[in-house]
Design a protein around this ligand. Structure first.
Ligand code: FBP
Length: 551
């Protein structure tokens, strides 16, 4: 099969590792800190995780670790949405296992957790791994969004674990998948199983992070891929001088991706959902902010611009949040009835008597195609799939109406030609940047050391990420340490806390300081494509978010 020149070259890229991993494997020992707590609800969590709550933080030091070289059978699962670097986590885990003992075996469960429950696995050999080193995507074994939730599902997982004689499983996923990893670890320990469970922090959304997890993998590559595209559009906008580009960016709830792209590209406008929620901005106020920039720029004869919109924005606008909540509830109870209606007017009438007066009024003012998208099938958690709602088109529609009004009043005389874009799937499977390639390989290798040292219910952690790779600090963080209890579907559940954009944090403040100037003037930056070969200041820089957070 023919492969591209870049893919061929990337097969030979040797990811860099933290210095401790250059020691002989049997000389990488684990050192433990103090017992840990949780971010909140410690009593309830200690009760739920009787055997795994309160474990100490683990770090690696030079010393004796005899058990690390035993042969192991390990399973690996990719869970949730794709994120660049997943293949390198698997490659790092594989290389670690083989370095520990050449007879160790790595099994990849096919299609996420279902692969474990249904015992669908593939032995990952050197030949297979070599075809995926430093490449994007999750196609080596596929991913899935099914979680291990019911008693039957836990029992089915245990059956596969016993049948395959697994020493450990590495679950590569986001906050929900890592919460699930902790529940599985506890379930196994309670049944006397010695199978270890280790999580790995994945998601382009960047919302699985805290003091100990500095970044989730994939965020770096995805945000840089979108920034390249935004920069190119900005150059086109500044050349043609005739279009306003409305760009929606992926990131289900948190706006980290949008904020990073704004820091990289300096667009005219960028909305951060967390700020919209805090300031309780209505759709009307957002539209006013956009119009104000359009008017200022038109006065400078600049009838062009770029607006960044986070995917989850509509769920943070108070009146839309209320409408979506009411719709989610109605769809959960009577979803089949409403989706079964083919006539949109009938659907609107049906909703009219069931929604609150405000929500029904708002629903009727939405452009029909947006209203229809809000009624589309829910995700497995019963939520509207925000990546399928054209928020960028909704805003264009509202801005057009507002400008028309302003024109009639004589307060605006410019030209407004909008174009809508959505960048999401374009970034999830890009070739991982050197940062993600190194980070993921290190996370995989770290998982091996944790497993081989007998640890369970930990997440693989690599810290000090703005320093050169040899100074990165690998180790393990107890999964329960990142948890609290939250209401989900009417009951209280343990969850790893999602990190939304911190409005007091340096990345947001740095953006907020400059945005007024960007709204009026053309201050575009053009980050260009991710570079894989060349000087480190071009190829190995982490995101601006990470650098500001560490500054
Ligand atoms: P994860 O949290 O599983 O990493 O997925 C995140 C994400 O890429 C979001 O940004 C997006 O809203 C969603 O997945 C899209 O899901 P799907 O792949 O099912 O369309």
């Amino acid at each position: 099969m023919e492969i591209s020149a870049l893919q061929k070259a990337r097969y030979h890229y040797q990811p860099k590792l933290p210095a401790i991993f250059s020691e002989k494997t049997e000389e990488i020992a684990v050192s433990f800190g103090e017992a840990t707590g949780s971010i909140a609800d410690s009593e309830a969590l200690a009760e739920l995780f009787k055997l795994s709550y309160g474990k100490p933080i683990a770090c690696f030091v030079k010393g004796k670790n005899e058990k690390i070289t035993r042969p192991l059978i390990v399973g690996v699962i990719l869970s949730g949405g794709q994120a660049p670097g997943g293949h390198n986590v698997i490659a790092g885990l594989y290389d670690g296992l083989k370095k520990g003992n050449k007879d160790s075996v790595l099994l990849g469960f096919i299609g996420g957790s279902s692969g474990l429950m249904e015992d669908r696995a593939l032995e990952l050999t050197e030949e297979i791994i070599n075809k995926y080193r430093n490449t994007g995507g999750f196609d080596i074994i596929g991913s899935g969004r099914t979680k291990i939730e019911s008693l039957e599902q836990f029992a089915a997982s245990l059956e596969t674990i016993k049948k395959r004689n697994l020493d450990a499983i590495v679950i590569i996923g986001g906050d929900d998948s890592n919460t699930n990893a902790a529940l599985l670890a506890e379930y196994l320990s309670a049944r006397g199983s010695n199978t270890r469970i280790i999580g790995c922090p994945k998601t382009i959304d960047g919302d699985l992070k805290n003091e100990y997890i500095e970044a989730s993998f994939g965020f770096d590559t995805a945000a840089k891929t979108y920034s390249e595209l935004i920069g190119n559009i900005q150059r086109d906008a500044a050349s043609a001088r005739k279009y306003w580009h409305f760009i929606k960016l992926m990131g289900r709830s948190a706006s980290h991706i949008t904020l990073e792209c704004a820091l990289q590209c300096q667009p005219n406008l960028c909305f951060i959902s967390e700020e919209v929620e805090e300031k309780k901005l209505s759709l009307g106020q957002i539209v006013e902010q956009i119009c104000s920039s359009i008017i200022k720029r038109a006065a400078n004869k600049e009838n062009f611009g770029v607006v960044l919109i986070p995917e989850g924005l509509i769920e943070f606008v108070p009146e839309m949040k209320k409408l979506i909540k009411e719709l989610n509830e109605l769809m959960a109870d009577d979803g089949a009835e409403i989706t079964g209606m083919t006539d949109f007017n009938r659907q609107t009438q049906w909703l009219d008597s069931r929604l609150s007066r405000e929500s029904s009024g708002l629903f009727k003012t939405l452009p029909p195609e947006i209203a229809r998208q809000l009624l589309a099938d829910r995700d497995p958690h019963g939520n509207v799939q925000v990546s399928l709602v054209d928020t960028e088109k909704l805003l264009i529609n509202m801005v057009k109406k507002k400008l028309k009004e302003l024109k009639t009043q004589g307060t605006y005389s410019g030209k407004f030609s909008p174009l809508a874009h959505f960048f999401g799937y374009e970034g999830r499977c890009a070739f991982p940047s050197n940062f993600d390639a190194d980070y993921c390989y290190s996370l995989g290798f770290t998982s091996f050391v944790l497993i081989a040292s007998g640890l369970t219910s930990y997440i693989s952690s690599v810290r000090n990420l703005t320093a050169p790779v040899d100074k990165w600090i690998p180790g393990g963080i107890p999964l329960t340490m990142m948890m609290d209890m939250e209401r989900r579907h009417g009951s209280s559940k343990p969850v790893i806390k999602k990190a939304l954009v911190d409005l007091e944090g340096k990345p947001f403040k740095s953006f907020a300081e400059k945005r007024e100037t960007w709204a009026a003037e053309t201050c575009y930056q053009y980050p260009g494509a991710i570079q894989y070969y060349g000087p480190p200041e071009v190829c190995d820089q982490p995101t601006k978010t990470l650098m500001l957070e560490h500054s």
